[in-house]
Write a protein of this length. Structure first.
Length: 367
């Protein structure tokens, strides 16, 4: 039941916010002379007061009767509809008339406006009729009672308001905890999503870079060319030192110290460095992907299913590539040493000193 305030009927514009609020407060007990027994009839003016309760509200009514006329006050305490953790109080005075078992109470409001409430007198009780905002009328039975009874009812309402406050605080704490948990879960999921995306990106990079075949084929091409140039060195050397040792000092010398040298010391060397750099890149990508998988495992999540086999395959490919590249380097260094040996072999006798001399420092293995 929405609460009734005589003020809301008197001044619907000025007191619209109170239209559904309960009236509360305290007023002195009414007194009268020549009263009959307080338990005989509600129309008797000897009753000290009447108490009534409704959902979220406690009321206390007092009046003084003079013939068919009464004057009095209606005190009400209720739990605020806008904030159920608080109570509010009203104390409204009224005048009224009694006709048989019915009474009409007129409440004074602001700017001289008035409003009426109907009441039914039944034995020692008063049945108050309260208009509701939806057009219906609710009733509250007021029974003979005291200020002490009213105060007990008010105390109960205050307890209910305090319980509402505690429930509100608990609900707010639970909501805050739920919000914090939801935020933490969202942050966790975002982190996992980011880790999974990073793992996918690093896997794609590894899959793109762990093919060493082109680099090895380049080195094999260098060796093929070196072998052919070594053979030409041998063919040219077979002609001897030549007139004025020009064959030994120029042709064969250049075959060994320029052509074969560059085949190995420049081309094969550069291609070996390319493979070494590629191997280092792939090692880093393997490490990155392993870190990604570890982070996901720590979060109870999984990465790309093919990642472990890709890591294993990449490590195996690095080892095989380094071994093959170093074999190619050894072969290239041997070709250089042989070409220098051939060239120096014809730089004898009158052509002594026209050969290339000692071979260069061998190309180093890659890691």
């Amino acid at each position: 039941m929405s609460r009734f305030s005589p003020r809301s009927l008197v001044a619907p514009i000025a007191l619209l916010a109170l239209a559904t609020a309960a009236l509360t407060g305290c007023s002195p007990s009414s007194t009268t002379s020549g009263a009959s027994s307080p338990t005989q009839n509600a129309a008797d003016n000897s009753v000290g007061g009447w108490v009534g309760t409704a959902q979220g509200a406690a009321m206390f009514l007092q009046w003084t009767r003079n013939g068919d006329n009464v004057t009095g006050s209606l005190v009400e305490t209720n739990i605020q509809s806008s904030d159920t953790t608080k109570t509010q109080n009203y104390n409204d005075s009224f005048t009224g008339t009694i006709s048989g078992s019915s009474a009409t109470l007129t409440f004074s409001g602001v700017l001289g406006a008035t409003s009426n409430l109907s009441a039914s007198l039944q034995g020692g009780n008063i049945i108050m009729s309260f208009p509701q905002s939806n057009g219906t009328i609710d009733t509250v039975t007021m029974t003979p009672g005291s200020v002490a009874q009213y105060n007990e009812d008010v105390s109960s309402l205050n307890g209910q308001a305090q319980a509402n406050a505690q429930a509100s605080a608990s609900a707010a704490a639970a909501a805050a905890q739920a919000s914090a948990s939801a935020a933490a879960e969202e942050a966790f999921q975002q982190r996992v999503n980011s880790e999974q995306q990073q793992a996918s990106n690093d896997l794609a990079s590894l899959q793109h870079d762990d093919d060493f075949t082109p680099g090895l084929k380049a080195m094999e091409g260098d060796l093929t060319q070196t072998a052919a140039d070594l053979q030409r060195t041998r063919s040219d050397a077979a002609k001897g030192g030549g007139d004025q040792c020009l064959n030994a000092s120029t042709t064969v010398y250049n075959d060994a110290a320029t052509t074969v040298y560059n085949d190995v010391q420049t081309n094969l060397y550069n291609h070996s460095l390319d493979l070494e750099n590629q191997a280092q890149t792939v090692r880093q990508e393997v490490s990155n992907l392993q870190s990604d998988l570890q982070a996901l495992q720590n979060d109870g999540a999984t990465g790309p299913s093919e990642a472990p086999s890709e890591i294993s395959g990449a490590n195996a490919a690095i080892a095989a590539t380094v071994a093959a590249a170093n074999q190619h380097i050894d072969q290239g260094n041997a070709y250089v040493a042989t070409s220098y040996q051939v060239a120096n072999g014809i730089a004898v006798g009158p052509c002594a000193g026209t050969g290339p001399g000692n071979p260069p420092e061998p190309v180093k293995h890659i890691n």
